[in-house]
Every structure is written in C-alpha cells, then in structure tokens.
Write a protein that binds this ligand. Structure first.
Ligand code: MF3
Ligand code: CO
Length: 250
C-alpha cells in the first residue's frame, strides 16, 4: 500500500491525458440518442481516444473486451457494448472511458439521460454528481481520505439511495488503478492523509434502490440486485493545498 506522489512533470502529463479525455466524453455525450447501439458508442469512443493521441486503457484490461464501458439503467458499471443493445427514450446510460497518454492514465465517467427521462432518474443523476462535489470539498492536503468518503455518503443519505460498496474510487497514474482505494460510503478508519501531488479518481456509484449489486455471467457487467436504476459520476482530480484541481473537465 503506497500512494504515489506525482512530480510536476508527471502531473503535467496526467493533466494532459485528462484534458484530452474530457473532450472525448463531451463528444460521446452528443451521440446519445434513442436508437443508437452501445457498440456504436464504443466504436466512436475508441476512435476519439486514438484521435486525441491516446490509447484506450480499458481495452484488454484484465481481459475487458471493449474500449468504453456502457452501462444502461440497472447496470452499475462495466457494461460491455453490444450492437444488440439499443438505447431507448427514457433510459439512463453511464459512459466510463479512460486513456493512456504518454504513459499516464486518466479516468472519467458520466451518466446521461436518453431523450426524456423520468424525474426520478434525473434526480438520481443529479444527486450522484452532487455527491462527487460534496466529496471533493474535503479533498485537500492535510485532510484524511475518509473525509471524502464520509462527505459523499452524507450527501446521498437523505435521499435513501443505495451507495455501492463493492466498487470504489482509486489512485490514477502510470497505472489505471493505484492505491488508495476510495470508498463512497461512511468509513470508521481515517485512512491515509491526503498530500499535494496525489492524483485520484473519485467515483460515486449510486442506486435508486438498495446498495447490493451482482455480476452477470459475462463476468463484467455489474447490475443492481433489485433491478433499480444506477448512476455513476467520476473525475480524476489532483490534490493541492487548496481546492482540488478537477483534471477531467472541459
Ligand atoms: N473505469 C473503471 C474504474 O473506474 C475501470 C474500468 S476497467 C474495465 O475503475 F476493464 F472494466 F474497463
Ligand atoms: Co475509475
């Protein structure tokens, strides 16, 4: 367990990886419409990442078969794109994509509505995003990691949503997943102290219903056990002495 403090030079490259990734996400968002297949989104994502000078870091990661994770409705994360999975009006879809740029990883996820979505679905997406911003208010050098987790959990709690516990945020750098793990639910242990130069992916995954999830037989797709909708919001951030820098932001 060692959290890597990045040098100025490394931070520049991670920042650049993240900046390019944010552009990919913006372009993917514009593709979202009823009638498109999740495979088409993956193909476009792969080509946009490469066009931006990156390599899709999810492709072949532990055997993952695509460049983007596209998770629809009750799918929490790691949905495998398919030409048979067609987005419908009213769906919500989470796009998770990252890249390697000059050896440095970036990681970002967003949940979008497809056409008109229900007020309940909108609320879930909005609260998931808000919980990220509540969490990173605590993401400051000198604070402890658990303050991020607890702030996310405190934000979500009044809504009665389920906070996914089986998947967590993580450090990002020369590897997609570095220490520390960053849970989105309340912690008892304070965890490590945050320091200037840590680069972290903070990524609440929130279900309208219960927190429990299960894995489908494809060994990747994580779904809510109760079939309820799930949303995801993730940015790679840099810890500083003041407010964190959100690196995956347009
Ligand atoms: N983006 C995911 C994460 O946040 C990682 C996906 S890896 C893949 O940790 F192989 F599933 F694509
Ligand atoms: Co991540």
């Amino acid at each position: 367990m060692a959290i890597i403090i990045k040098t100025e030079e490394q931070i520049k490259l991670i920042r650049e990886s993240c900046r390019r990734l944010a552009i990919v996400h913006k372009e993917l968002e514009e593709m979202i419409r009823p009638g498109i297949s999740t495979r088409e989104i993956d193909i476009m994502g792969d080509s946009l990442i490469r066009k931006m000078g990156g390599i899709p870091n999810f492709l072949h990661y532990n055997g993952y078969p695509a460049s983007i994770c596209v998770s629809v409705n009750d799918e929490v994360v790691h949905g495998i794109p398919s030409k048979h999975r067609i987005l419908q009006e009213g769906d919500i879809v989470s796009l998770d994509a990252g890249m390697i740029y000059k050896g440095y990883h970036s990681d970002e996820a967003r949940t979008h509505g497809v056409g008109q979505i229900s007020p309940e679905a909108r609320k879930l997406i909005d609260v998931t995003r808000e919980s990220f911003f509540e969490g990173i208010k605590k993401a400051k050098a000198g604070n402890h990691l658990f303050e991020i987790s607890n702030a996310i959990a405190a934000c979500v709690k009044p809504y009665g949503y389920g906070i996914v516990r089986d998947l967590v945020g993580h450090g990002v750098g020369t590897k997609l997943h570095e220490d520390p793990q960053i849970p989105n639910f309340a912690q008892i242990k304070r965890g490590p102290k945050l320091r200037v130069g840590m680069t972290l992916a903070v990524e609440p995954m929130i279900n309208i219903g219960r927190a429990d999830v299960e894995w489908l037989d494809d060994d990747w797709t994580v779904v809510t056990e109760d079939g309820s909708l799930s949303a995801h919001y993730e940015n790679t951030i840099l810890i500083t002495d003041g407010e964190p820098e959100i690196l995956t932001k347009c």
